[in-house]
Ligand binder design. Sequence first.
Ligand code: TYM
Length: 335
Amino acid sequence: MEENKKVIFSGIQPSGNLTIGNYLGALKNWVKLQDEYDCYFCVVDLHAITVRQEPKDLRRRTLEVLAIYLAAGIDPEKNTIFIQSHVPTHSEASWLLTCCATYVGELGRMTQYKDKSKKYGDSIGAGLLNYPVLMAADILLYNADLVPVGKDQTQHIELTRDIAQRFNNLYSPTFKLPEGYIPKLGAKIMDLQEPTKKMSKSSDNPNSYILIMDPPEVIRKKINRCVTDSIGVVKYTDDQPGIKNLITILNAITGMSIEDIEKKYEGQGYAQFKNDVAEAIVNELEPIQKKVKEFTEDKEYLQSIYKKGAEKAYYVSNKMLRKMQKKIGFIPVSK
Ligand code: TYM
């Protein structure tokens, strides 16, 4: 019975083209979890506008992210798939949590905010500071038990728990405290050119990431050119961050254990290994890319999914929003 299932909430920003980091850190795990949980998967376009977006790119990417969810295997019959801006409860809950349960100090301590404020300096938008409160609203509106994300989001989930706890203490028990669900491997796929940095869709150097939609020849070229080292041994160690990253990718895609990978390439240098990593990525992504193209051409089908998703999400989240409003002291329009 759906009512007894634990709830999952997660989302991806349509702020750039999705990378294999997004795929291995988040999406691939969502697919595994969808039978066991009552899942809400959101395209978080309100988060994307915390940095400037070209309207036509935002429109295209929002639908593409939705198509990628479907193509990766998220079943719209089993899950609620929706676009964040279609469900206005998120913005409203975010405001309530901003005012009633969040401190500026804790927002300023978020690593992602600190990194971005370095990049944008004084002209940083206030949305980047408030961003984690919107994320907390996303999660808390559905009373999510579990939030499957990559490692970079753990701090935001801890803050979500703090905000929830604070609201519960100030008013009365309202929210469950959600847990992050971080995959054992693949939780932090690294930049191909600077393997001590996280792979990011917002990087300026296209050789530093592999996009879910990169054509096979581009994937092969990027893996071939990725930064490794001169040691020449395929070993999972912090001393060889480039090789460690490729082992992680191969493991996350094929399920082959790290020991088996190390053994298989013993005494062979890097050429065959890199070649096999590239082929594993191509094999994983090619069928997804084909489906993404089919889905993006069928705008009506996509619309039917996000419309149905928004209705369900609104219905569920509005009940929680009303609870919050009532506890805060707002007068309901009707009983
Ligand atoms: P976003 O859009 O930056 O990333 C989406 C998901 O991809 C994961 N990820 C990675 N995993 C492994 N290696 C990488 N290099 C890598 N890069 C990204 C992220 O951890 C994330 O799981 N704030 C979120 C979106 C969001 C959200 C939410 C998530 C908004 N509301 C509610 C969960 C619940 C973000 O910016 O993700």
